[in-house]
Design a protein around this ligand. Structure first.
Ligand SMILES: *[C@@H]1O[C@H](CO)[C@@H](O)[C@H](O)[C@H]1NC(C)=O
Ligand SMILES: *[C@@H]1O[C@H](CO)[C@@H](O)[C@H](O)[C@H]1NC(C)=O
Length: 303
């Protein structure tokens, strides 16, 4: 006996099957695809919903439509690297969400915040593309994993009592607990924390406060570089890159005119480096993308 429900279910599965085949019509280009799984916060986020339209040849970032919902509008570094600086077809799954911390049990998310910390982003990957479904037959060789997280952890913790050195160690342990969960991953791009003390939003803080924030970021970055190195040494076949966003952004801010900007204190206007009071504009993100491609060059993703 057919129940209504099972009829609906089987009809839905026929549709689902058809759409999978439709999306795979160009099997030859899909089999040549490389993959990029990106995790992080607002610099990286483009509003991707892992239950929506998935990346495929012709639409390498899936949903939402290019450039996506980026924090200051326009393309971000993920958009630019995937579609312009790529040396092959890269299918990019960007799990990043604005406001993300590493683990919300360590640094609480803003009240009412709909962000997802790294812990949740990694689960989302493991439950979806991580299972290597037909739509994402990635391998250890053709998949790049990038993580750009820590800005919100430092912002939410540097001014609290207790040792920032100790807390950064706690954060780093939690960070690499997530890295360890990425079964099958061999290629890692770790992105360190930008000079957030220079963001317009933080200029109202005292000099001492900004110095503390800066030093806490630098300490986190030092720990990350060390950890990336030891992670590569410990795991056979693992390759790690660290992109020094802190150095790259300080360089742009110190030489902003050379990079085509007219102001680094205001935001949102033409010529401003800052797209809003805490994040670089799309033009700045494009410069950053080029810097990242330089770091990960000579690989199947970037030349
Ligand atoms: C699939 O992609 C290849 C290479 O881009 C192209 O030559 C071929 O025409 C495409 N096939 C279909 C069915 O779109
Ligand atoms: C770079 O990505 C775009 C968008 O997916 C694709 O059309 C293009 O062929 C890729 N470039 C190379 C050199 O594969």
């Amino acid at each position: 006996m057919f129940s209504k429900l099972s009829l609906i279910a089987s009809f839905a599965s026929v549709l689902f099957f058809a759409s999978i085949h439709g999306s795979q019509c160009n099997a030859s280009s899909l089999s040549r695809a490389n993959y990029w799984f990106a995790f992080g916060g607002s610099y990286t986020a483009r509003g991707f919903d892992s239950h929506g339209t998935l990346p495929k040849p012709g639409n390498p970032l899936g949903n939402p439509a290019y450039p996506g919902k980026t924090v200051t509008g326009g393309a971000n570094y993920v958009d630019v690297l995937t579609t312009e600086l790529n040396r092959s077809l890269i299918l990019t799954y960007d799990y990043a969400v604005s406001g993300a911390t590493i683990d919300s049990s360590l640094v609480k998310l803003g009240k009412g915040s709909r962000t997802r910390p790294l812990t949740v982003q990694v689960s989302e990957f493991l439950e979806g593309a991580g299972k290597k479904p037909k739509t994402a037959r990635w391998t250890s060789e053709n998949a790049l994993f990038s993580i750009f997280v820590g800005i919100n952890d430092i912002t939410g913790s540097y001014h609290k009592s207790g040792s920032n050195d100790k807390f950064n160690k706690v954060l780093m342990r939690a960070y690499f607990e997530q890295v360890d969960k990425l079964a099958g991953a061999r290629n890692f791009l770790f992105i360190n924390i930008p000079p957030i003390e220079r963001a317009p939003a933080n200029r109202k803080h005292s000099e001492a406060d900004r110095l503390l924030e800066k030093n806490t970021v630098l300490d986190f970055n030092k720990k990350l570089a060390k950890k990336a190195k030891s992670f590569q040494a410990k795991h056979r076949g693992v390759k790690t890159w660290v992109w020094d966003s802190n150095g790259a952004i300080n360089n742009i801010l110190d030489n902003y005119k050379k990079h085509g900007f007219t102001d680094i204190t205001k935001w949102g206007g033409p010529g401003d480096y800052w797209g809003n009071n805490f994040h670089p504009c799309s033009k700045a993100q494009t410069i950053l993308a080029k810097d990242i491609a330089e770091v990960v060059k000579g690989t199947r993703w970037f030349s």
